[in-house]
Design a protein around this ligand. Structure first.
Ligand code: TA6
Length: 282
């Protein structure tokens, strides 16, 4: 099949399927503008989507690539990770050509968002699928008259066969804020990060790509615009406390997120900001 984009029903959710070259595909849901699936030409699913994810809009969808905006985690008074994860997004552009399929979704402020957060904004998420590569670009426009400050992330849940056997390279020498140790700041001294316990870290000012070595699910991960990289795995106990995760869900995921988490990004009136995360199957 040639690259193409089609509207689909994904377990009751309005969504789009992107068909890329050589049988690659991705699914993006209207709810949250969230990528839910990415399958590479080898037939492997690269993203984790919880089998217990809530898909009715009453809670954010657990898995895939949630868009967190305008607040990262609980770093403010807004709902955790902001409010666009449970908003409907609209199609702004869809294109397919030789070697790619591209979908842009958009959402903007309305009465409901202004009641929570008194700012005008427009978000565009562009998802581009190539044979072995998935590119996400989040563009934040400030149509208002005052500066717009936000934190946020592309909260990517990467699929692992066994997270205990995975290793993440590329963060050596950067310092991180360790949420499992009361926000202590630590310098990374490992060339390979192994996940063998609850891990919840904001690596600050990361200027290098990462490599997730995870058996036959290895991936290169690169960000632009987003200054930070968040690495999260809830491990056994925290996972058990998440109603929308199966008991062994922690084992099959590692979040490696492109984030603006430590410091807010400020967009001047009439200006825009863009951040990108690229995943490449290796
Ligand atoms: O990005 C890491 C994190 O902030 C963790 O602290 C963890 O709570 C995770 O996100 C999931 O958040 P959620 O709101 O989706 O349960």
């Amino acid at each position: 099949m040639k690259p193409a984009i089609e509207p689909i029903d994904f377990r009751g959710l309005a969504a789009w399927r992107l068909h890329g070259p050589r049988g690659a595909s991705a699914v993006v849901s209207r709810l949250g503008g969230q990528v839910l699936s990415w399958i590479t030409p080898d037939g492997r699913e690269r993203l984790f989507l919880s089998g217990r994810a809530v898909l009715d809009g009453s809670a954010p969808i657990r898995g895939g690539i949630p868009v967190c905006f305008p607040q990262f985690a609980a770093q403010g008074s807004l709902p955790k990770h902001g409010f666009v994860r449970t908003r409907p997004w609209d199609e702004a552009a869809a294109r397919a050509g030789d070697g790619y399929a591209l979908l842009t979704l958009a959402t903007a402020d309305d009465e409901a968002t202004r009641a929570l957060w008194p700012h005008a904004f427009r978000l565009e998420l562009t998802v581009m699928l190539e044979a072995d590569r998935l590119d996400l670009e989040l563009c934040v426009t400030n149509p208002g008259e005052a500066p717009l400050a936000f934190t946020g992330a592309l909260h990517t849940y990467l699929r692992t066969v066994q997270v205990e056997d995975a290793a993440l390279e590329g963060l050596y020498g950067f310092s991180y804020i360790d949420a499992t140790a009361g926000g202590r700041r630590v310098r990374e001294t490992g060339t390979e990060i192994a996940v063998d316990r609850e891990t919840d870290r904001i690596y600050c000012g990361v200027s290098r790509p990462q490599l997730l070595k995870a058996g036959n699910l290895s991936l290169g991960i690169q960000a632009q615009g987003f200054p930070d990289v968040v690495v999260w795995n809830p491990w056994v106990e925290r996972c058990a406390a998440l109603a929308d995760m199966p008991p062994d869900g922690w084992r099959h995921m590692l979040c490696v997120e492109a984030a603006a988490a430590e410091q807010p990004v400020t967009v001047a009136p009439g200006e825009e900001w863009a951040g990108r995360q690229t995943l490449v199957a290796v």
